[in-house]
Design a protein around this ligand. Sequence first.
Ligand code: PLP
Length: 429
Amino acid sequence: MTRTGFVFFGTGMKNQGFTTTILHGDRRRGTEFGATHAAVHPSVAFGYEKTKDLVRVFQGDMPGYVYGRQHNPTVTALEAKVTAMEEGAATVCFATGMAAISAMLWSLLKRGDHVVVSSFVFGNTNSLFNSLAELGCEVTFVDATDAANVEAALRPATRMVFVETIANPRTQVADLEGIGRLCAPRNIVYVVDNTMTSPALFRPKAVGASLIVNALTKYIGGHGNALGGAITATGLYDWAAYPHINAGYRKGDSRGWGMTQIRKKGLRDAGGTLAATAAHDIAVGAETLALRMARTNSNALAVARFLAAHPKVARVHHPGLPDHPQHARAARLFTGYGGLFSFELAAGVDCFDLLDALRVVILSSNLGDTRTLALPAAHTIFFEMGAERRASMGIADSLIRVSVGIEDEADLIEDFAQALAACKGSGAA
Ligand SMILES: *Cc1c(COP(=O)(O)O)cnc(C)c1O
Protein backbone atom coordinates (compact mmCIF):
# COMPACT_ATOMS: atom_id res chain seq x y z
CA MET A 1 0.00 0.00 0.00
CA THR A 2 1.29 3.49 -0.71
CA ARG A 3 1.48 5.63 2.38
CA THR A 4 2.08 9.02 0.70
CA GLY A 5 1.33 11.90 3.02
CA PHE A 6 1.23 9.75 6.15
CA VAL A 7 2.86 11.26 9.21
CA PHE A 8 3.71 9.33 12.35
CA PHE A 9 4.17 11.14 15.66
CA GLY A 10 5.85 9.88 18.79
CA THR A 11 5.70 6.24 17.73
CA GLY A 12 7.15 3.95 20.34
CA MET A 13 5.95 6.08 23.25
CA LYS A 14 4.38 3.79 25.81
CA ASN A 15 2.68 3.70 29.19
CA GLN A 16 1.15 7.13 29.14
CA GLY A 17 -1.98 8.08 31.04
CA PHE A 18 -5.49 7.04 30.04
CA THR A 19 -6.54 10.32 28.42
CA THR A 20 -3.15 11.09 26.80
CA THR A 21 -3.25 7.66 25.17
CA ILE A 22 -6.71 8.27 23.70
CA LEU A 23 -5.92 11.80 22.52
CA HIS A 24 -2.68 10.89 20.74
CA GLY A 25 -3.62 7.38 19.61
CA ASP A 26 -4.55 8.27 16.02
CA ARG A 27 -1.35 10.24 15.32
CA ARG A 28 0.82 7.49 16.79
CA ARG A 29 -0.79 5.00 14.39
CA GLY A 30 -0.14 7.46 11.55
CA THR A 31 -2.56 9.91 9.95
CA GLU A 32 -2.54 11.73 6.61
CA PHE A 33 -1.17 15.30 6.55
CA GLY A 34 -0.49 15.28 10.27
CA ALA A 35 -4.23 15.24 11.01
CA THR A 36 -4.97 14.95 14.72
CA HIS A 37 -7.98 12.66 14.05
CA ALA A 38 -8.09 9.45 12.02
CA ALA A 39 -9.86 10.18 8.72
CA VAL A 40 -13.49 9.17 8.17
CA HIS A 41 -13.33 6.66 5.31
CA PRO A 42 -16.71 6.18 3.63
CA SER A 43 -15.46 3.59 1.09
CA VAL A 44 -17.13 0.21 1.08
CA ALA A 45 -14.59 -1.13 -1.43
CA PHE A 46 -10.80 -1.00 -1.46
CA GLY A 47 -8.88 -1.45 -4.73
CA TYR A 48 -5.47 -2.93 -5.50
CA GLU A 49 -3.06 -2.40 -8.41
CA LYS A 50 -1.80 -5.97 -8.40
CA THR A 51 -3.96 -9.09 -8.24
CA LYS A 52 -1.28 -10.72 -6.14
CA ASP A 53 -1.71 -8.05 -3.45
CA LEU A 54 -5.51 -8.42 -3.48
CA VAL A 55 -5.09 -12.16 -2.99
CA ARG A 56 -2.54 -11.70 -0.20
CA VAL A 57 -4.88 -9.35 1.68
CA PHE A 58 -7.78 -11.80 1.18
CA GLN A 59 -5.70 -14.67 2.53
CA GLY A 60 -4.56 -12.68 5.56
CA ASP A 61 -0.91 -12.63 4.50
CA MET A 62 -0.77 -8.83 4.06
CA PRO A 63 -2.51 -6.12 6.07
CA GLY A 64 -5.14 -4.18 4.15
CA TYR A 65 -8.83 -3.65 3.59
CA VAL A 66 -11.13 -5.60 1.32
CA TYR A 67 -14.77 -4.84 1.99
CA GLY A 68 -16.43 -2.49 4.47
CA ARG A 69 -18.56 -5.08 6.23
CA GLN A 70 -15.53 -6.66 7.90
CA HIS A 71 -12.93 -3.86 8.04
CA ASN A 72 -12.80 -0.09 7.74
CA PRO A 73 -9.80 2.15 8.61
CA THR A 74 -11.88 4.56 10.74
CA VAL A 75 -13.28 1.62 12.71
CA THR A 76 -9.80 0.10 13.03
CA ALA A 77 -8.59 3.35 14.64
CA LEU A 78 -11.44 3.16 17.18
CA GLU A 79 -10.70 -0.52 17.82
CA ALA A 80 -7.10 0.39 18.65
CA LYS A 81 -8.35 3.02 21.09
CA VAL A 82 -10.74 0.66 22.86
CA THR A 83 -7.95 -1.94 23.11
CA ALA A 84 -5.66 0.68 24.68
CA MET A 85 -8.39 1.83 27.10
CA GLU A 86 -8.93 -1.74 28.28
CA GLU A 87 -5.21 -2.60 28.20
CA GLY A 88 -6.33 -5.52 26.06
CA ALA A 89 -4.92 -7.46 23.11
CA ALA A 90 -7.50 -6.80 20.34
CA THR A 91 -10.96 -5.35 19.76
CA VAL A 92 -13.73 -5.89 17.20
CA CYS A 93 -16.36 -3.14 16.93
CA PHE A 94 -20.02 -3.60 16.00
CA ALA A 95 -23.05 -1.49 15.09
CA THR A 96 -24.50 -1.63 18.65
CA GLY A 97 -23.71 -3.18 22.01
CA MET A 98 -26.32 -5.88 21.34
CA ALA A 99 -24.74 -6.64 17.94
CA ALA A 100 -21.42 -7.14 19.76
CA ILE A 101 -22.90 -9.49 22.37
CA SER A 102 -24.96 -11.50 19.88
CA ALA A 103 -22.00 -11.83 17.48
CA MET A 104 -19.79 -13.07 20.30
CA LEU A 105 -22.32 -15.68 21.46
CA TRP A 106 -23.15 -16.77 17.94
CA SER A 107 -19.51 -17.21 16.93
CA LEU A 108 -18.32 -19.07 20.05
CA LEU A 109 -21.20 -21.29 21.23
CA LYS A 110 -22.80 -24.43 19.84
CA ARG A 111 -25.87 -26.51 20.62
CA GLY A 112 -25.35 -28.42 23.87
CA ASP A 113 -22.99 -25.84 25.39
CA HIS A 114 -23.85 -24.49 28.80
CA VAL A 115 -23.59 -20.83 29.84
CA VAL A 116 -23.90 -19.29 33.30
CA VAL A 117 -25.34 -15.77 33.23
CA SER A 118 -25.94 -13.20 35.95
CA SER A 119 -29.65 -12.91 36.82
CA PHE A 120 -29.27 -9.14 36.82
CA VAL A 121 -28.08 -8.52 33.25
CA PHE A 122 -29.42 -5.78 30.99
CA GLY A 123 -32.98 -6.61 29.85
CA ASN A 124 -32.16 -7.11 26.17
CA THR A 125 -29.14 -9.27 27.06
CA ASN A 126 -31.46 -11.38 29.24
CA SER A 127 -33.85 -11.74 26.30
CA LEU A 128 -30.97 -12.65 23.96
CA PHE A 129 -29.81 -15.45 26.30
CA ASN A 130 -33.38 -16.80 26.30
CA SER A 131 -33.25 -16.91 22.48
CA LEU A 132 -29.92 -18.72 22.70
CA ALA A 133 -31.59 -21.33 24.92
CA GLU A 134 -34.24 -21.82 22.21
CA LEU A 135 -31.41 -22.59 19.76
CA GLY A 136 -30.16 -25.43 21.97
CA CYS A 137 -27.66 -23.85 24.37
CA GLU A 138 -28.37 -24.36 28.05
CA VAL A 139 -28.49 -21.17 30.06
CA THR A 140 -28.50 -20.93 33.86
CA PHE A 141 -29.21 -17.57 35.46
CA VAL A 142 -27.65 -17.12 38.91
CA ASP A 143 -27.19 -14.36 41.47
CA ALA A 144 -23.60 -13.50 40.50
CA THR A 145 -22.98 -11.25 43.49
CA ASP A 146 -21.60 -14.44 45.09
CA ALA A 147 -19.19 -16.65 43.12
CA ALA A 148 -20.45 -19.66 45.09
CA ASN A 149 -23.73 -19.45 43.12
CA VAL A 150 -21.77 -19.49 39.87
CA GLU A 151 -19.67 -22.42 41.07
CA ALA A 152 -22.77 -24.41 42.01
CA ALA A 153 -24.14 -23.94 38.48
CA LEU A 154 -21.00 -25.12 36.64
CA ARG A 155 -21.19 -28.31 34.57
CA PRO A 156 -18.72 -30.19 32.38
CA ALA A 157 -20.31 -28.49 29.32
CA THR A 158 -20.03 -24.94 30.77
CA ARG A 159 -18.15 -22.89 28.19
CA MET A 160 -18.86 -19.36 29.32
CA VAL A 161 -19.78 -17.20 32.30
CA PHE A 162 -21.32 -13.80 31.47
CA VAL A 163 -21.68 -10.98 34.02
CA GLU A 164 -21.93 -7.21 34.17
CA THR A 165 -19.94 -5.00 36.54
CA ILE A 166 -22.76 -2.90 38.05
CA ALA A 167 -26.26 -4.13 37.23
CA ASN A 168 -29.00 -1.95 35.81
CA PRO A 169 -31.23 -0.82 37.54
CA ARG A 170 -30.60 -2.24 41.06
CA THR A 171 -26.80 -1.72 40.93
CA GLN A 172 -25.80 -5.16 42.23
CA VAL A 173 -22.04 -5.60 41.85
CA ALA A 174 -20.96 -9.03 40.60
CA ASP A 175 -18.32 -11.04 42.50
CA LEU A 176 -15.91 -10.17 39.70
CA GLU A 177 -12.74 -11.45 41.37
CA GLY A 178 -14.28 -14.66 42.71
CA ILE A 179 -15.77 -15.58 39.33
CA GLY A 180 -12.42 -14.89 37.66
CA ARG A 181 -10.76 -17.34 40.04
CA LEU A 182 -13.36 -20.00 39.15
CA CYS A 183 -13.08 -19.62 35.38
CA ALA A 184 -9.31 -19.51 34.86
CA PRO A 185 -8.32 -23.06 35.94
CA ARG A 186 -11.39 -24.55 34.20
CA ASN A 187 -10.74 -22.88 30.80
CA ILE A 188 -14.17 -21.26 30.92
CA VAL A 189 -14.51 -18.10 28.83
CA TYR A 190 -15.18 -15.28 31.31
CA VAL A 191 -17.09 -12.41 29.72
CA VAL A 192 -17.51 -9.12 31.60
CA ASP A 193 -19.84 -6.43 30.26
CA ASN A 194 -18.00 -3.27 31.38
CA THR A 195 -20.56 -0.81 29.99
CA MET A 196 -21.73 0.54 33.33
CA THR A 197 -18.25 1.23 34.69
CA SER A 198 -16.40 1.83 31.40
CA PRO A 199 -12.62 1.38 31.21
CA ALA A 200 -12.22 4.73 32.98
CA LEU A 201 -13.43 3.17 36.24
CA PHE A 202 -12.55 -0.51 35.87
CA ARG A 203 -10.46 -2.88 33.70
CA PRO A 204 -11.98 -6.37 33.71
CA LYS A 205 -8.56 -7.72 32.74
CA ALA A 206 -7.57 -7.13 36.39
CA VAL A 207 -10.03 -9.84 37.53
CA GLY A 208 -9.09 -12.34 34.83
CA ALA A 209 -11.75 -11.63 32.20
CA SER A 210 -11.26 -13.34 28.83
CA LEU A 211 -13.51 -11.03 26.81
CA ILE A 212 -14.89 -7.56 27.60
CA VAL A 213 -18.12 -6.11 26.25
CA ASN A 214 -18.51 -2.34 25.96
CA ALA A 215 -21.69 -0.73 24.63
CA LEU A 216 -19.88 2.23 23.03
CA THR A 217 -23.29 3.92 22.80
CA LYS A 218 -23.13 4.60 26.53
CA TYR A 219 -20.22 6.21 28.42
CA ILE A 220 -17.43 5.71 25.85
CA GLY A 221 -19.25 7.61 23.09
CA GLY A 222 -21.07 9.40 25.86
CA HIS A 223 -23.19 12.01 24.10
CA GLY A 224 -26.25 10.01 23.05
CA ASN A 225 -25.52 10.64 19.37
CA ALA A 226 -24.02 7.36 18.09
CA LEU A 227 -24.71 3.64 18.55
CA GLY A 228 -21.82 1.18 18.77
CA GLY A 229 -20.47 -1.88 20.58
CA ALA A 230 -17.15 -3.62 21.09
CA ILE A 231 -15.70 -6.95 22.13
CA THR A 232 -12.15 -6.72 23.49
CA ALA A 233 -9.93 -9.72 24.16
CA THR A 234 -7.73 -9.30 27.22
CA GLY A 235 -5.21 -11.82 25.88
CA LEU A 236 -5.53 -13.91 29.06
CA TYR A 237 -7.51 -16.76 27.48
CA ASP A 238 -5.70 -19.39 25.46
CA TRP A 239 -8.09 -20.59 22.74
CA ALA A 240 -6.03 -23.73 22.17
CA ALA A 241 -8.21 -25.12 25.00
CA TYR A 242 -11.49 -24.10 23.31
CA PRO A 243 -13.21 -26.86 21.32
CA HIS A 244 -15.10 -24.74 18.75
CA ILE A 245 -12.40 -22.79 16.89
CA ASN A 246 -12.57 -23.47 13.14
CA ALA A 247 -9.48 -25.20 11.79
CA GLY A 248 -8.88 -22.29 9.42
CA TYR A 249 -8.70 -19.79 12.29
CA ARG A 250 -6.14 -21.76 14.27
CA LYS A 251 -3.27 -19.72 12.87
CA GLY A 252 -0.51 -17.92 14.77
CA ASP A 253 -0.68 -17.27 18.53
CA SER A 254 -3.55 -19.30 19.99
CA ARG A 255 -4.47 -16.37 22.28
CA GLY A 256 -5.75 -14.56 19.17
CA TRP A 257 -7.87 -17.34 17.66
CA GLY A 258 -11.10 -16.45 19.45
CA MET A 259 -11.02 -12.91 18.11
CA THR A 260 -10.35 -14.16 14.57
CA GLN A 261 -13.47 -16.29 14.88
CA ILE A 262 -15.51 -13.38 16.31
CA ARG A 263 -14.38 -11.12 13.43
CA LYS A 264 -15.10 -13.75 10.76
CA LYS A 265 -18.27 -15.47 12.00
CA GLY A 266 -19.54 -12.69 14.24
CA LEU A 267 -18.86 -9.60 12.14
CA ARG A 268 -18.22 -10.69 8.54
CA ASP A 269 -20.95 -13.38 8.42
CA ALA A 270 -23.55 -11.82 10.73
CA GLY A 271 -22.91 -8.31 9.42
CA GLY A 272 -23.58 -5.98 12.36
CA THR A 273 -20.96 -3.52 11.14
CA LEU A 274 -20.21 -0.18 12.80
CA ALA A 275 -20.47 2.74 10.34
CA ALA A 276 -17.33 4.85 9.86
CA THR A 277 -19.16 8.07 10.77
CA ALA A 278 -20.42 6.51 14.04
CA ALA A 279 -16.88 5.25 14.78
CA HIS A 280 -15.59 8.80 14.37
CA ASP A 281 -18.28 10.27 16.65
CA ILE A 282 -17.55 7.63 19.31
CA ALA A 283 -13.78 8.23 19.06
CA VAL A 284 -14.28 11.98 19.61
CA GLY A 285 -16.59 11.27 22.54
CA ALA A 286 -14.03 8.90 24.07
CA GLU A 287 -11.46 11.70 24.32
CA THR A 288 -13.32 13.12 27.34
CA LEU A 289 -14.38 9.80 28.90
CA ALA A 290 -12.27 10.18 32.06
CA LEU A 291 -13.36 13.81 32.56
CA ARG A 292 -17.02 12.99 32.04
CA MET A 293 -16.86 9.98 34.36
CA ALA A 294 -15.32 12.05 37.16
CA ARG A 295 -18.17 14.57 36.93
CA THR A 296 -20.80 11.85 36.49
CA ASN A 297 -19.52 9.97 39.56
CA SER A 298 -19.66 13.00 41.82
CA ASN A 299 -23.04 14.19 40.48
CA ALA A 300 -24.61 10.74 40.92
CA LEU A 301 -23.32 10.35 44.45
CA ALA A 302 -24.55 13.82 45.42
CA VAL A 303 -28.04 13.23 44.01
CA ALA A 304 -28.22 9.74 45.57
CA ARG A 305 -27.26 11.16 49.00
CA PHE A 306 -29.84 13.92 48.65
CA LEU A 307 -32.58 11.42 47.78
CA ALA A 308 -31.56 8.98 50.54
CA ALA A 309 -32.14 11.73 53.11
CA HIS A 310 -35.53 12.78 51.68
CA PRO A 311 -38.71 11.72 53.56
CA LYS A 312 -40.60 10.92 50.33
CA VAL A 313 -37.90 8.44 49.26
CA ALA A 314 -37.97 4.91 50.72
CA ARG A 315 -34.74 3.44 49.34
CA VAL A 316 -31.81 4.41 47.13
CA HIS A 317 -29.72 1.77 45.34
CA HIS A 318 -26.30 3.27 44.65
CA PRO A 319 -23.05 1.33 45.14
CA GLY A 320 -21.37 4.39 46.66
CA LEU A 321 -23.76 4.50 49.63
CA PRO A 322 -22.45 2.68 52.73
CA ASP A 323 -25.65 0.60 53.12
CA HIS A 324 -25.33 -0.90 49.60
CA PRO A 325 -24.72 -4.68 49.99
CA GLN A 326 -21.62 -4.61 47.75
CA HIS A 327 -20.37 -1.17 48.73
CA ALA A 328 -16.99 -2.45 49.98
CA ARG A 329 -16.45 -4.48 46.81
CA ALA A 330 -17.31 -1.54 44.57
CA ALA A 331 -14.98 0.72 46.55
CA ARG A 332 -12.15 -1.80 46.22
CA LEU A 333 -12.57 -2.62 42.52
CA PHE A 334 -13.71 0.60 40.85
CA THR A 335 -12.18 4.07 40.84
CA GLY A 336 -15.73 5.53 40.96
CA TYR A 337 -19.31 4.30 41.26
CA GLY A 338 -20.58 5.45 37.87
CA GLY A 339 -23.67 7.41 36.94
CA LEU A 340 -26.44 4.86 37.25
CA PHE A 341 -28.61 4.39 40.32
CA SER A 342 -32.24 3.72 41.20
CA PHE A 343 -34.63 4.61 43.99
CA GLU A 344 -38.04 3.74 45.36
CA LEU A 345 -40.55 6.24 46.65
CA ALA A 346 -42.24 6.13 50.03
CA ALA A 347 -45.71 4.56 50.17
CA GLY A 348 -48.32 6.91 48.76
CA VAL A 349 -45.90 8.86 46.54
CA ASP A 350 -46.54 8.11 42.87
CA CYS A 351 -43.51 7.55 40.63
CA PHE A 352 -45.31 8.86 37.51
CA ASP A 353 -46.15 12.10 39.37
CA LEU A 354 -42.53 12.55 40.35
CA LEU A 355 -41.20 11.86 36.86
CA ASP A 356 -43.75 14.21 35.27
CA ALA A 357 -42.61 17.01 37.59
CA LEU A 358 -38.93 16.84 36.56
CA ARG A 359 -37.77 19.74 34.36
CA VAL A 360 -34.02 19.29 33.86
CA VAL A 361 -34.00 15.48 33.92
CA ILE A 362 -35.24 13.97 30.65
CA LEU A 363 -37.66 11.02 30.59
CA SER A 364 -35.69 8.66 28.39
CA SER A 365 -34.45 5.08 28.17
CA ASN A 366 -30.83 5.76 27.25
CA LEU A 367 -28.03 5.81 29.81
CA GLY A 368 -24.44 6.99 29.87
CA ASP A 369 -25.42 10.28 28.24
CA THR A 370 -24.05 13.72 29.13
CA ARG A 371 -27.64 14.57 30.09
CA THR A 372 -29.44 13.16 33.11
CA LEU A 373 -32.18 10.70 32.13
CA ALA A 374 -34.80 8.86 34.18
CA LEU A 375 -37.59 6.33 33.66
CA PRO A 376 -39.92 3.98 35.57
CA ALA A 377 -37.97 0.72 35.10
CA ALA A 378 -40.74 -1.84 35.73
CA HIS A 379 -43.08 -0.18 33.22
CA THR A 380 -40.55 0.25 30.43
CA ILE A 381 -37.20 -1.52 29.98
CA PHE A 382 -38.15 -4.42 32.28
CA PHE A 383 -41.85 -4.63 31.32
CA GLU A 384 -41.52 -7.44 28.77
CA MET A 385 -40.02 -9.97 31.19
CA GLY A 386 -43.11 -10.02 33.42
CA ALA A 387 -43.83 -9.42 37.11
CA GLU A 388 -42.37 -12.68 38.42
CA ARG A 389 -38.95 -12.23 36.85
CA ARG A 390 -38.94 -8.54 37.86
CA ALA A 391 -39.62 -9.54 41.46
CA SER A 392 -36.69 -12.00 41.35
CA MET A 393 -34.47 -9.17 40.10
CA GLY A 394 -35.63 -6.85 42.89
CA ILE A 395 -37.37 -4.41 40.54
CA ALA A 396 -40.27 -2.81 42.42
CA ASP A 397 -43.15 -1.21 40.50
CA SER A 398 -42.19 2.23 41.85
CA LEU A 399 -38.48 1.87 41.00
CA ILE A 400 -37.10 4.89 39.17
CA ARG A 401 -33.85 4.47 37.28
CA VAL A 402 -31.62 7.48 36.89
CA SER A 403 -28.62 7.86 34.60
CA VAL A 404 -26.81 10.93 35.82
CA GLY A 405 -25.09 13.25 33.36
CA ILE A 406 -22.62 16.09 33.65
CA GLU A 407 -24.98 18.99 34.39
CA ASP A 408 -24.19 21.27 37.33
CA GLU A 409 -24.79 19.37 40.55
CA ALA A 410 -26.94 22.10 42.14
CA ASP A 411 -29.32 22.11 39.17
CA LEU A 412 -29.87 18.36 39.44
CA ILE A 413 -30.51 18.46 43.17
CA GLU A 414 -32.84 21.43 42.75
CA ASP A 415 -34.78 19.56 40.05
CA PHE A 416 -35.34 16.48 42.22
CA ALA A 417 -36.17 18.72 45.22
CA GLN A 418 -38.86 20.66 43.37
CA ALA A 419 -40.29 17.49 41.77
CA LEU A 420 -40.54 15.74 45.15
CA ALA A 421 -42.15 18.84 46.67
CA ALA A 422 -44.73 18.82 43.88
CA CYS A 423 -45.72 15.18 44.57
CA LYS A 424 -48.72 14.29 46.71
CA GLY A 425 -48.06 12.18 49.79
CA SER A 426 -46.18 12.99 52.96
CA GLY A 427 -43.78 10.09 52.88
CA ALA A 428 -44.48 9.63 56.58
CA ALA A 429 -46.07 6.19 55.99
C1 PLP B 1 -27.07 -0.54 26.57
C2 PLP B 1 -26.38 -1.75 27.02
C3 PLP B 1 -26.08 -2.77 26.12
C4 PLP B 1 -26.49 -2.71 24.67
O1 PLP B 1 -25.94 -1.64 23.98
P1 PLP B 1 -26.70 -1.02 22.68
O2 PLP B 1 -25.65 -0.18 22.05
O3 PLP B 1 -27.87 -0.26 23.19
O4 PLP B 1 -27.11 -2.17 21.84
C5 PLP B 1 -25.41 -3.88 26.59
N1 PLP B 1 -25.05 -3.99 27.88
C6 PLP B 1 -25.32 -3.03 28.78
C7 PLP B 1 -24.88 -3.20 30.19
C8 PLP B 1 -26.00 -1.88 28.38
O5 PLP B 1 -26.28 -0.93 29.28
